[in-house]
Write a protein that binds this ligand. Structure first.
Ligand SMILES: [Zn+2]
Length: 328
């Protein structure tokens, strides 16, 4: 599956590079139409380069000297070009190479001699792998549609400032998390609270915003996640999916605590996943209906301390009445 995706992406990158070259040509033609010297200087630069390389090849003992001279000549032409571009009202860097990714310049790979996949390519592979799952994101649930009016504004003993005010605060935290991703204050969020108070909706809001910003979150229920981990453990199913759970830039686990418990397996797998992601400071959001006490009992102290690790996690308590009735 991954080989197939890589082949398709190699074609995509190739055509991206061709499109970049076309765009460079288009920009050059545009600038040259405004000032013909721009075209002439660009040609001169290329000529010079070939001449000097040939000269260095013919007399290797002068190669160093030639290369220095070439550097000076090219710098002079570039400076002239910049002035001319500015004079015709174009940005000075208008004729710089065009590419989508500044790291690999749309090669998809970086590093010499060991070629490594660039993040931009990893991201695309990941997107393809997740496409079938639709990333689990409910797209009509987003920050724009989020409506505080479904939450009760009246003060209660539990919430003296009212549920609505508290939810507005949570929204602000989550929206800023999504807007600053991946440079969030802490990598993880933990949503605690009974069902019906808007935790899953909030997960979707964050996922949707992160998606819009070009990142690829993966949202799934704890049951779905444990099924993937279990399959990987018993060496069946698709190992790529288990790898993605570990490598996804933003993993969102909904409804932790509702998945079937399989003795030690659930706890061990969950611990190793959280531990690994935490060590790499990857972003994870967990939502659960369980109380901290129930979490500790069900998953042991080890998992509990990962979930509530203050250095990595911001905990949001969703409290108050079931808002689903009001929403309907
Ligand atoms: Zn790249």
């Amino acid at each position: 599956m991954k080989e197939q995706i890589l082949r398709e992406l190699a074609v995509e990158y190739e055509s991206q590079r061709a499109a970049n070259r076309d765009e460079e040509q288009r920009r050059l033609a545009e600038a040259s139409a405004l000032d013909p010297m721009i075209g002439a200087l660009t040609e001169r630069r290329l000529e010079l380069f070939h001449q000097r390389v040939r000269a260095a090849f013919d007399s290797p003992e002068r190669a160093m000297e030639i290369s220095k001279e070439l550097g000076r000549e090219l710098a002079a032409i570039s400076s002239d070009l910049r002035k001319r571009l500015k004079a015709v009202g174009l940005p000075e860097d208008r004729l710089q190479p065009v590419y989508r990714c500044a790291v690999c310049r749309d090669q998809g790979y970086i590093g010499e001699p060991i070629r490594e996949m660039c993040d931009c390519l990893k991201q695309r592979v990941y997107q393809r792998l997740c496409r079938d799952d639709n990333l689990g994101v409910q797209t009509d649930e987003n920050f724009t549609a989020w409506n505080e009016l479904v939450f009760d504004p009246s003060p209660t003993e539990l919430l003296p400032q009212g549920q609505r005010a508290e939810m507005l605060k949570h929204r602000a935290v989550c929206e800023s998390y999504a807007d600053s991703f991946p440079q969030t204050e802490k990598p993880n969020l933990l949503f605690l609270g009974p069902s019906g108070v808007g935790k899953t909706y909030m997960l979707n809001c964050v996922a949707q915003r992160v998606l819009e910003r070009g990142y690829t979150p993966w949202k799934l229920t704890a049951s779905q996640m444990m099924a993937i981990l279990r399959d990987a453990y018993f060496d069946r199913g698709d190992p790529e999916r288990a790898r993605l759970l570990r490598e996804s830039p933003l993993l969102m686990i909904d409804d932790l605590g509702t998945e079937p418990m399989q003795e030690n397996l659930t706890v061990t797998q969950l611990f190793s996943l959280l531990n690994e992601r935490g060590a790499r400071r990857q972003h994870t959001i967990v939502s659960t209906n369980l109380t901290p006490k129930e979490l500790a009992l069900r998953y042991t102290e080890r998992v509990f301390s990962r979930l509530f690790d203050k250095r990595l996690t911001r905990v949001l308590q969703f409290r108050g009445a079931d808002a689903r009735m009001l929403r309907a």
